[in-house]
Design a binder for this molecule. Structure first.
Ligand code: GAR
Length: 325
């Protein structure tokens, strides 16, 4: 699919302060071909100078002071604003509040944060002075997924910044900021684009397919696939298809019960299924992966069903027994 035909990921940014990272994200979002747009800048501080900057640039803003509210109440107000703006992702750019566990879980995989250290070093506050005092050669910044544990989610990208002998926390912070402004927009762009990245999608499919008993990867007609059984004589239960035969889809092909089921599914949910060229004639259906909100549990179910349809009985019995636990 050409880039221009894709809709941009909608991002809400939460800030508490000056918002220079927010500004970096905003300007990056306005470059040609940026894969995300900023639909809201929200803050817990009325005085956050980043808010007036966002207003000047025509970005909707929202303020809700945390004072006098419980954490859950405050989070709910921020979340409602993000939903109203149509946000698909929340990006924390100097948002100095800890979010409630329930909030973080509702947005799991869709909240990113930037932290001024090379995680897992120096979680929390005073990261620059801790790096200087430890005699580190480098400080830096990390973009990571937000999980309930503070600064502990998967690190997506990092930038290293050399520490000078004469550095103070302030001088070091100023250079780390410059690095952050380069790092953050790139990391957000890469992350929201993962759903269109064939390598990322293949890895996810392979993780699920290879978790099935006696599954192995094997190419077929130049495309990756997955077989069950002995490495020499196994049977295919899935094929990974990357924009093959003129299709714009990145997909995994799995076996249906036959042409009738295949055509029914494609007719009922054309955004999820398609009839692939060549394989479709023998009952393989395409599950489209390069679309928003892929349900990976659903993909896993299809892989298991397809695996069952070709796996020897001794292996399906094994899986049945495992399923009982
Ligand atoms: C950034 O340096 C960011 O890494 C840090 O706050 C600063 C915000 O600056 N975030 C944290 O410390 C989060 N624990 P900005 O308002 O100029 O973007």
């Amino acid at each position: 699919m050409p880039d221009t035909a894709r809709s941009k990921a909608k991002v809400a940014i939460f800030i508490s302060g000056t918002g220079t990272n927010m500004a970096a994200l905003l300007y990056a979002s306005r470059l040609a071909q940026a894969p995300f747009e900023i639909v809201l800048v929200a803050s817990n501080r009325e005085t956050a100078s980043g808010l007036s900057f966002a207003q000047l640039e025509g970005v909707p803003t929202f303020v809700h002071s945390h004072k006098g509210h419980t954490r859950a109440e405050h989070d709910a107000a921020m979340e409602a604003a993000a939903h109203e703006a149509g946000a698909q992702y929340i990006v924390l750019a100097g948002y100095m509040r800890i979010l409630s566990e329930a909030f973080v879980e509702r947005w799991a995989g869709r909240i990113l944060n930037i932290h001024p250290s090379l995680l897992p070093k120096y979680k929390g506050l005073d990261t620059y002075s801790r790096a200087i005092e430890a005699g580190d050669a480098h400080a830096g910044a990390s973009v990571h997924l937000v999980t309930p544990e503070l600064d502990a989610g998967e690190v997506l990208a990092q930038a290293r910044v050399a520490i000078a002998p004469e550095d103070t926390p302030e001088t070091l912070a100023a250079r780390v900021k410059v690095a952050e402004h380069q790092l953050f927009p790139r990391a957000v762009a890469d992350y929201v684009s993962r759903g269109n990245d064939p390598d990322h999608l293949y890895t996810r499919v392979a993780d699920l397919a290879l978790a099935l008993p006696e599954a192995h990867a094997k190419d077929s007609h130049g495309s990756p696939g997955f077989r069950v059984g002995p490495v020499k004589s196994g049977k295919f239960f899935a094929h990974f298809s990357q924009q093959h035969h003129g299709s714009e889809h990145i997909a995994v092909l799995v076996k249906t019960g036959g042409m009738e089921e295949l055509l029914d599914l494609v007719e009922a949910q054309p955004e999820v299924y398609f009839k692939p060229a060549y394989y479709g004639a023998s009952g393989w259906i395409g599950l489209i992966l390069n679309r928003p909100d892929v349900d990976w549990g659903h993909v896993a179910q299809w892989l298991e069903r397809s695996w069952r349809s070709v796996a020897p009985a001794r292996l399906t019995r094994l899986l049945d027994a495992a399923d009982q636990f």
